[in-house]
Structure formats: C-alpha cells, structure tokens
Design a protein around this ligand. Structure first.
Ligand code: S3P
Length: 425
C-alpha cells in the first residue's frame, strides 16, 4: 500500500507527448485482433495493468503475440478454448467486452478479476447476452464475477439499452458480429464510439444513425488493424486540471484524441473559465492533436448532459470545482456509483477531508468552491480517485494512500508530475 505526499506547486510550464496511451482503444485493438485474418500491428499500446491483462487473455485465447517493447504484433486463427482462468484484473472494460466476444466462441471460458472488479455489476451485459441465447453464469445469477461462459448460438436482436454505456454497447456489437441475422442496438445517449470506428475500419458491417447502431454479422474474418494508439484524454485531463488550478500554470498535451465522446470534460473546464485551445494534427480512426490549458479564475458550473462523455473525468473535474467560485453541481451521474469505486461517495468523502463543502446526491454531488486544505486521503483502490487528489495537492499539499492502482491506467503519471511537482513516497 504505497502512500504518496505531494507538496504545493507554483506556476509551471509543462509540455508532454508522453501522456499514457488510450486505455479504451488499447483494450479494443488487442481484443479485435482475434476477429482478424493476418497481422494486427499496434504501436503506443498502453502498458498499464488493465490493458496488459487484456493482452495476456488474447494470448490465452490462442493468439500469437510478439512484443518488442515498442510494437505489438498479433496473429490469431480464431478464438481457442483456454485451459487458464482469464484474469481481467481491475478492468470492467476487459470483462464486459470479453463477455460479448466469447459469447459465441467455441468452448468454455472463465473470467475473473481483482477484489474490486468482483464487486461490480455484470448483469448489464450478461442479461442482454443471455436473452439472445448466450450461456453465461456467475455469482448472484450472473451479476458478479467470476463468470463462466459456454459459447452458444446467438439470435439476432433489436436491443434498447437504458444506460449509455460503451461497455454494454461494445459487448452487444461483438456478440452481434456472430449472431444469426442483422442486429440493432439503441442507447439513450451516445457513449464513446471506439468500437464502431475500429470495427468499421476492419471492414465490419456497422452503421450508425443517431443513437442506433446496425450490425451485419461477419461472413468471414475481418481485416487486421494497423494502429497507433493516441494519448488518453482521461489521463491528459489530470494535467489539464493541474494547470487550471495552479496560478500562472500552462500545460501542453500532445497526441491526445479529440474524439467528441471523450473530450467533454475539457469543454466543461473551458466553461468554468480555463483557457483551452485544440490544435488538430491528424485523423486516422480517431482525430488527434494538441490540447493547451492555461490557468484562469474558475467559476462554478452545472454538469448534467452527455454524462457518459465525461464520466471518467468527473473525479478530477470535482477538484477544479473545489477551486472555483460558487457551487457546482453534477447531475444524472448515478453511473459513478459502479465504477472502480463508488465515485460519488469517494469524491464526497475526500473533498470533505480537504475542508470543502460538498452535498452528496443519489446521482451526483454539489461542490462549493473554497480553500483546499492539506489532508490525508485514501484512493479506495481507485486509480482516478488517487490521481485526482494528488493533483488537488498541488494547491495545498496532500497525502494519498494506496496509490499502486495508478498503474492500471497511467504507469508514468509520477514521472510526468515530477517534472514540475515535488512528490515523496
Ligand atoms: C469504457 C467505457 C466507460 C468508461 C470506462 C471505459 C470503455 O464505461 O467509464 O472507463 O472503454 O468502453 P461505461 O461504458 O460502462 O460507462
């Protein structure tokens, strides 16, 4: 359980092209290789625990993986039954997407995870997958891992989801690729769309109209991807908040994806008053470029729309809210309760320890900006809570315990932060 202390920082000029590669895209690039004929070539793959677990599972499913530390090359001849238990570690994305991918694969598979993942709800994927014929089970009638899957014949479906979740959408799209007819999936609000972009790039029959995705089953294997993973906007956002709350600071974050379903938190920070510019550099599968963030006085905002576009950034945004003038409110964000921790409870608990006035609501919270005070807080095993409160420490000094979880998504976080902040462990 490593505890980290961070000292208050003065204005800094920080520029980096080394923000951790995107977690969502890294998971998918490795998984989708099992649907391709020929060699998938991935550069800038996220070497965090979550995505390395996914890569190991892809190996366990029979793929040949060559990794020279720079480039990952994957060749698969279709998914093979594994004699190993497939360990997704801390990753909800890993577990939920593998449910969709394995639902029709020949054989029997067991998915498990760490103590946190084993508490997270899986019925949102096992339920609709069972409805189309998948043979999935787990504790609490298929809601909790370990999960067992026996590949089965899947029926075509028209499914309307009540939650805007890219994980559920992706699991169902993966299942649809081997269903017995054309399928549609409709979501209440657009969630991140990497699965659709990448599978279309591989030649899959996927079209999107409004909130409905139509999937035509594969008739053979798909074309392999050659992909350079862009930097993760969710990881970049910690440095955006660091710049926004530190007088005289500026952060230049290069190579970040500008996918509109991923940069809503930057837009929210802009609404709060931070100066942010976007410089588009290229557009292959995903638009990407440089985001520059400069400190300016922050004012309170309400966040209630397109919540799935900034769900992962809400803990870090709550730190900016704590430094803003007035009361900021987050609504319609009940999904926060089922992330790596109950992020409504963990944000509220930790902000209160820092002397900030926060009201807890079922679907979010209200944060009244004030003066952050040094505190000793816990990460609750949640990487985004750990990094958010380390960033808060740039204002006031902070001690954060149980920080190993940061390795799940941002292994070089401390190396980058150490370029302008004093950190001790
Ligand atoms: C992810 C989707 C989101 C997000 C998670 C990654 C993905 O979860 O919170 O960190 O890669 O599809 P939901 O789709 O469940 O909202």
């Amino acid at each position: 359980m490593s505890t980290v202390r961070i000292q208050p920082a003065d204005g800094f000029d920080f520029r980096t092209d080394a923000i951790a590669p995107d977690k969502s895209i890294s998971h998918r690039s490795a998984m989708f290789a099992t649907l391709a004929e020929g060699e998938t070539v991935i550069t800038n793959f996220l070497r965090g625990e979550d995505t390395m677990n996914t890569l190991q599972i892809v190996r366990n499913l029979g793929a040949q993986v060559e990794d020279d530390g720079e480039t990952i090359r994957i060749r698969s001849e279709g998914i093979k039954e594994s004699e190993e238990i497939l360990d997704c570690g801390n990753s909800g994305t890993g577990m939920r997407l593998f449910c969709g991918l394995l639902a029709s694969a020949e054989g029997h598979f067991v998915l498990t995870g760490d103590q946190y993942l084993k508490r997270r709800p899986m019925k949102r994927v096992t339920g609709p997958l069972r409805d189309i014929g998948a043979k999935l089970d787990g504790r609490r009638d298929g809601d909790l891992a370990p999960l067992s899957i026996r590949g089965a014949h899947l029926k075509a479906f028209d499914y309307t989801s009540r939650i805007a979740s890219a994980q559920v959408k992706s699991a169902m799209i993966l299942a649809a690729l081997s269903a017995d007819g054309v399928c549609t999936y409709t979501e209440p609000e657009l969630s991140r769309d990497h699965t659709e972009r990448m599978l279309r790039g591989m030649g899959a029959g996927i079209s999107v109209e409004g909130l409905t995705t139509t999937i035509t089953p594969m008739t053979g294997l798909l074309k392999p991807l050659t992909i350079r993973v862009p930097a993760d906007p969710s990881s970049a956002f910690f440095f955006a908040v660091a710049a926004a709350i530190t007088p005289g600071a500026c952060a230049v974050l290069e190579g970040v994806t500008f996918n509109p379903t991923r940069i809503e938190a930057f837009k929210a920070l802009e609404r709060m008053g931070a100066e942010i510019t976007y410089d588009l550099k290229e557009d292959l599968y995903e638009p990407m470029g440089t985001i520059t963030v400069k400190q300016a006085p922050l004012k309170a905002i309400t966040v209630e729309e397109n919540i799935s576009w900034l769900i992962d950034e809400l803990p870090a945004l709550s730190i900016a809210m704590a430094c803003a003038e007035g009361t900021s409110t987050v609504k319609n964000a009940e999904e926060l309760r089922v992330k790596e921790s109950d992020r409504i409870a963990t944000v509220v608990t930790n902000l209160r320890l820092c002397g900030i006035d926060v009201e807890e609501h079922d679907d979010g919270y209200a944060v009244t900006g004030g003066t952050l005070e040094p505190a000793s807080v816990d990460s609750f095993g949640d990487h985004r809570i750990a990094m958010s409160f380390i960033i808060a420490g740039l204002r006031c000094g902070m001690e954060v315990s149980d920080t190993e979880c940061i390795n799940t998504s941002f292994p070089n976080f401390f190396e980058l932060l150490g370029q302008f902040a004093r950190i001790e462990s």
